[in-house]
Design a protein around this ligand. Structure first.
Ligand SMILES: Cc1cc2nc3c(=O)[nH]c(=O)nc-3n(C[C@H](O)[C@H](O)[C@H](O)COP(=O)(O)OP(=O)(O)OC[C@H]3O[C@@H](n4cnc5c(N)ncnc54)[C@H](O)[C@@H]3O)c2cc1C
Length: 521
């Protein structure tokens, strides 16, 4: 849906096949739309809509808590871990923690508003072929089969995609372990957090060491996650799973409407995200362990990278090598996030449990302080991951013009703004709700901080190539502080493509590199 929105907003005719009906939203799994994805939601006009779609009431604190039992002892509390209470200077949006249904609803309703997008419910893609002229895609609907021709085919149907198998791009890597998720209705459960803290996510650490989590979904709906499934437990048997949950909560309570499934934590990726006219996106291209909340967010990042490149190619200004850079740029970023998220899975459950941790004594308090220290050292990056959210860059891409400067080191936890080519253009608030990003437009943007530079040759070169370019003269102290050059060329996905204090000797060559039509000399 994300890439269809990206294309639809650019007026590119797009057909979306979906087996589910138009208003059937998937089972709750994702919650975290991170700051970077929310910036894309803002660009697509749905950031506020998405916040409004969150069904979880305000009395559920958007915090993360490690607790011995629901009515036990708090070991660690990360306040505002999943939703910043205040606007951040470094990003146009704060992360939003809302159930999967809300995310699907926000995207789906936007998709349906776009004239260029046709959404076909109850349809499943069966097969595709491709040649130099285009693709032929066959889908099934109402017991009949339809074959359509298109320029490109985007494979977005998750990790078990038969279409990906057809081009033999396997999800290579490893499976870390197997987990279970159960959803149920339990009106009484929220009242059992009186001694602790009702919040977005409660991680239980206790003598039982189940490695389990409770998440409220609003309307007395809850999610219970166990990761990994303990030996000897049949995770398909709700009675067994429920007994674990009762132990961790510390009390029995009524439940109804239970449904659950077993799933794997994987660190896997295809060796290329594109083959000819077919593109892999989202879980069809990569799988990350969920601690960190990056799976869907990586897919949104893919969409932001791929969307403008397909549009540019179809509009004629994208060069012949532009589409190949999708895989080159995204694979490195996904690998970085997958590796960091795999680390988040290493210290969990049994590894954080200590003898006497639940004791009501000085010894118990000391043990809990030790555990708190380990949580801070080992787990902080799981819920303070602005480096992975905002700091990823495409510095090594053939369509980025390096200027010999090294960007700050890329870490999962911390984000340091940088305008080095390849990095996400640093964010600046220009006014109350006036983000620098709101002014960049849908094409390239030349941010000019010295009005005396004659940029006409670059503008002419862009016009000659058909590349949409906006020149934006801006004199703002916040921008001056973060953008170290007088000229910064920003791509449609808000990454810096080139920067300098003077125009390049050959502006046409710069334009050709950034649109995938030429290489460095
Ligand atoms: C417990 C858990 C918690 C998670 N939490 C987070 C989180 O907080 N943040 C985050 O970013 N990620 C999270 N994830 C990961 C996230 O759920 C996935 O990365 C994300 O759902 C992948 O989206 P996708 O659209 O690529 O694939 P899917 O969600 O698998 O969607 C595939 C789509 O393809 C459709 N489809 C299937 N077959 C066909 C066909 N033949 N033709 C056409 N359409 C078809 C399906 O109906 C579906 O709509 C979590 C995962 C788990 C398991």
């Amino acid at each position: 849906m994300a890439v269809a929105i990206e294309l639809g907003l650019r007026g590119i005719r797009t057909l979306v096949c979906e087996p589910r009906s138009v208003d059937a939203y998937g089972i709750a799994k994702v919650n975290l739309v991170n700051a970077r994805s929310m910036e894309h939601f803002r660009r697509w006009g749905i950031a506020d809509r998405h916040r409004a779609n969150d069904p979880v009431p305000a009395d559920v604190a958007r915090d993360l808590v490690f607790s011995t039992r629901a009515n036990g002892k708090i070991l660690f509390k990360a306040e505002g871990a999943y939703e910043w209470r205040e606007r951040m200077p470094i990003a146009a949006e704060t992360p939003e923690w809302a159930p999967f249904e809300a995310i699907e609803k926000s995207l789906r309703t936007r998709l349906l508003e776009l004239d260029a997008v046709t959404f076909i419910e109850h349809s499943s893609v069966l097969d595709f072929t491709q040649d130099a002229g285009g693709v032929q895609v066959t889908y099934e609907k109402d017991d009949g089969q339809v074959t359509v021709g298109a320029n490109y085919f985007i494979i977005a149907n998750g990790p078990h995609s038969p279409q990906r198998r057809k081009i033999n791009l396997r999800l290579e890597g490893r499976t870390l372990f197997h987990n279970t998720s159960w959803y149920f209705h339990a009106p009484e459960l929220k009242t059992l957090f009186e001694k602790t803290h009702l919040c977005s996510m409660t991680f239980f650490l206790n003598d039982d060491a189940f490695g389990d989590i409770l998440v409220p979904y609003g309307g007395d709906h809850w999610g219970y996650y166990v990761s990994p499934i303990p030996e000897g437990v049949d995770a398909n048997d709700w009675n067994q799973v429920r007994e674990m949950m009762f132990r961790s909560v510390g009390q029995r309570f009524e439940t109804s409407g239970e449904r659950g499934w077993i799933w794997g934590s994987h660190a896997r990726m295809a060796r290329s995200f594109n083959y000819g006219r077919a593109f892999l996106i989202g879980d069809a291209a990569h799988l990350t362990p969920p601690f960190g909340g990056f799976g869907m967010n990586m897919g949104v990042g893919d969409a932001a990278d791929l969307g403008w490149k397909i549009a540019a190619t179809l509009e004629g200004w994208g060069g012949p090598r532009l589409l190949d850079t999708y895989s080159l740029e995204r694979r490195d970023v996904c690998k970085f996030i997958i590796d960091g998220s795999a680390h988040n899975n290493t210290v969990w459950g049994k590894a954080l449990v200590r003898e006497h941790m639940e004791e009501d004594s000085a010894r118990g308090e000391q043990v809990r302080a030790e555990i708190r220290k380990v949580i801070v050292e080992e787990k902080t990056q799981q819920f303070r991951s602005l480096g992975a959210q905002l700091g990823y860059r495409y510095t090594g891409s053939p369509i980025i013009i390096a200027d010999g400067t090294e960007p700050p080191p890329m870490t999962y936890g911390d984000y340091v703004p940088s305008s080095v080519p390849g990095c996400r253009a640093p964010h600046v608030w220009l006014g109350a709700d006036d983000s620098l990003y709101d002014h960049l437009g849908w094409g390239f943007c030349l941010l000019q901080q010295d009005p005396d530079i004659d940029v006409a040759p670059l503008v002419e070169a862009a016009a000659k190539a058909g590349l949409p370019l906006k020149v934006w003269n801006l004199d703002h102290p916040g921008v001056r502080a973060l953008y170290e050059r007088k000229l910064t060329l920003i791509r449609p996905d808000q990454h810096v493509a080139w920067r300098g204090d003077t125009l390049p000797d050959d502006p046409g060559h710069v334009i050709d590199i950034v649109r995938g039509a030429a290489q460095y000399r």
